[in-house]
Design a protein around this ligand. Structure first.
Ligand SMILES: Nc1nc2c(ncn2[C@@H]2O[C@H](COP(=O)(O)OP(=O)(O)OP(=O)(O)O)[C@@H](O)[C@H]2O)c(=O)[nH]1
Ligand SMILES: [Mg+2]
Length: 246
């Protein structure tokens, strides 16, 4: 169990061999604290969701391991879609404002949240994170979560969709190894496909693994380096916003 964030809250406590006592009901207490933590987050996420609904704002939570290309995808998307949609961005990282600076260079309003030792964004952070945005004038709020394929899966931020990003340098088995994240996502962006000629990455196998853990997941292959597949992603954004505004 992660002591930073209380993740693994929905699963069973991990088993280990016992030649010692746990001193009463400490495992039970740990589970209760985790349940309280998630219940509180879920309440705040519901408040966020109601607020976003008032503005019919499409909210996406981008989740992935570090370096899969979340910020690069956002940079290209914001630059190429500035005439189609108005955006705001929240950047989550443990430290630095590097990603917020990259987004600010596109001219889109951005807020950096540093989580310190924390390994995910939570609903409370997002509630405060949007305070300075003009939500009335915004179509799509992009939230780039902390790079981590585990903990962000458990924390609802009030988003409409989690969008998982997996780059081809990470190996095609990641959906099987980290199923919670791929089960929680509605869309999988497979990024860096420009690198496929140099790798032993089995794209079809990766897609099959993703569908094995989540048969409903939509998949877009793209490269934000050479632009291939980006228009499919933009079409997905337009559809998702359209559904939100129906
Ligand atoms: N070849 C190639 N490189 C890419 C692509 N997308 C991103 N990169 C590179 O991958 C590295 C990481 O990209 P970022 O956009 O910073 O990744 P990130 O997911 O935002 O990283 P964290 O915020 O640290 O989790 C950078 O060196 C990018 O230039 C791509 O489509 N193709
Ligand atoms: Mg980033």
């Amino acid at each position: 169990m992660c002591i930073n964030c209380g993740c693994d809250t929905t699963g069973q406590p991990s088993l280990h061999s016992h030649d010692h006592s746990h001193g009463g009901d400490s495992t039970l207490r740990t589970l209760r604290i985790e349940e309280d933590l998630l219940a509180k987050n879920n309440r705040l996420a519901a408040t966020n969701r109601n607020r976003f609904q008032e503005y019919r704002l499409l909210v996406l939570n981008l989740v992935s391991s570090p370096g899969s290309g979340k910020t690069s995808i956002l940079e290209r998307t914001l630059s190429e879609c500035r005439d189609r949609f108005s955006f705001a961005v929240i950047e989550g990282d443990q430290q630095t404002a590097n990603d917020a600076e990259r987004i600010a260079a596109t001219g889109v309003p951005v807020r950096q949240i540093n989580t310190g030792s924390g390994c995910h964004l939570d609903a409370h952070m997002i509630g405060h994170g949007v305070e300075e945005f003009d939500l009335q004038a915004t179509d799509i709020l992009m939230i780039e979560n902390v790079g981590n394929l585990v903990c962000p899966a458990s924390f609802d931020l009030g988003e409409d969709h989690k969008v998982a990003v997996l780059s081809v340098t990470e190996g095609e088995d990641k959906p099987l190894k980290y199923p919670q994240m791929f089960q929680a996502a509605d869309l999988l962006l497979i990024n860096k496909v420009d690198l496929l000629p140099y790798l032993n990455f089995d794209l079809e196998q990766c897609k099959a693994f993703a569908r094995q853990v989540n048969p409903q997941i939509e998949i877009v292959e793209l490269s934000c380096q050479n632009g291939s597949g980006m228009s499919q992603w933009y079409d997905w954004l337009a559809c998702a916003l359209g559904r939100k505004r129906e």
